[in-house]
Design a protein around this ligand. Structure first.
Ligand SMILES: [Zn+2]
Length: 313
């Protein structure tokens, strides 16, 4: 498939060029040390943008070729969708109310554009918008303009987390994050993590003493908890991205050809990306997981910084 090879190489070239251009970004008027810091930050942002752009572009291009179409046009449109995913990830790590909700929808529009490019649909032909365990599929040109499907994996994750000891659903945090958020009142040793995300469901650890009436957390602790939450919000967007880019086409291919499959798919997304994520987490050591590096980089934290609470609780 020489044409595909050339197109893939050209696509990668575009992404590397983007990364290089952004990495060379000037920082004017800063002291030398600050300038180096800004440059390395800019290089990291460029790398993150390039990776997300490449994922969207390459997925769209390869899918389009699998459907008998041309790689090039789909790559460009898919890459544009990937750039929007980066913008969404940049947004969800901000600390204003609703940053998670807004950024998640931006990123979902981005991944939808990439998916549409792969399927040969118009860029906004079908947009998926995640709302808790439900995904709304908006198709402006169809007679039925909105259809809803339940993500089974998210539903199972919600049921599982809700049943854990010390778990409490946080409606306000969920609305702001654009994803179900559960607080887990437990000691670090009892859960082994400060925050965790599975199938778009976030769990954040709280100290058991936080439940007592009148507890006031220090500025340090509140900032720490905010950074943990921002980190987990990036993982939610990674979940959406992996679903829309890879799981959705696979589920279409599995379910759409048969009548029984279509009947199920009318209402249900399976979330086949969840077992894939589980396998990837088994395969890669924590420190070398690219998705962890992305989440730490974007939320401006390190495993040490959000590994234990400043007040030791
Ligand atoms: Zn993480």
């Amino acid at each position: 498939m020489p044409r595909l090879h050339h197109s893939v190489l050209a696509g990668l070239g575009v992404c590397l060029f983007l990364a290089g251009a952004a990495a060379r970004a000037q920082c004017v008027g800063a002291a030398a040390g600050g300038c180096a810091g800004q440059r390395s930050r800019a290089a990291g942002e460029a790398r993150t943008l390039a990776v997300n752009t490449a994922l969207g572009g390459l997925t769209a291009g390869v899918l389009r070729v699998a459907h008998g179409g041309r790689f090039g046009g789909a790559f460009v449109r898919g890459a544009a969708g990937g750039a929007l995913v980066y913008a969404g990830k940049r947004t969800v790590v901000q600390h204003f109310a609703g940053a998670g909700l807004f950024g998640r929808q931006v990123a979902s529009v981005g991944s939808s554009i990439s998916y549409n490019a792969g399927e040969g649909r118009p860029a906004l032909g079908r947009i998926a918008l995640p709302v808790g365990p439900v995904r709304l599929y908006v198709t402006p040109r169809d007679a039925v303009k909105v259809r809803a499907r339940v993500d089974v994996a998210t539903l199972v994750a919600i049921a599982y987390v809700a049943a854990q000891p010390g778990a409490r659903f946080d409606a306000g945090a969920s609305l702001s994050a654009g994803a179900p958020v559960f607080l887990r009142y437990a000691r670090p040793a009892d859960v082994g993590w400060e925050g965790v995300q599975v199938a778009g469901v976030i769990q954040l650890r709280r100290a058991p003493s936080d439940r007592q009436a009148g507890v006031v957390l220090s500025e340090d602790v509140r900032s720490y908890l905010g950074n943990v939450a921002a980190h987990e919000r990036v993982h939610v967007l990674q979940y959406d991205q992996s679903f829309l880019l890879w799981s959705a086409p696979a589920e279409d291919g599995m379910l759409e050809p048969t009548r029984a499959g279509r009947a199920v798919h009318r209402w249900v997304d399976l979330g086949l990306n969840v077992p894939v994520w589980a396998a990837l987490n088994e395969t890669f050591a924590f420190q070398s997981r690219p998705w962890e590096r992305e989440a730490y980089f974007l939320s401006r934290s390190t495993p040490e910084e959000i590994g234990s609470r400043p007040d030791g609780r």
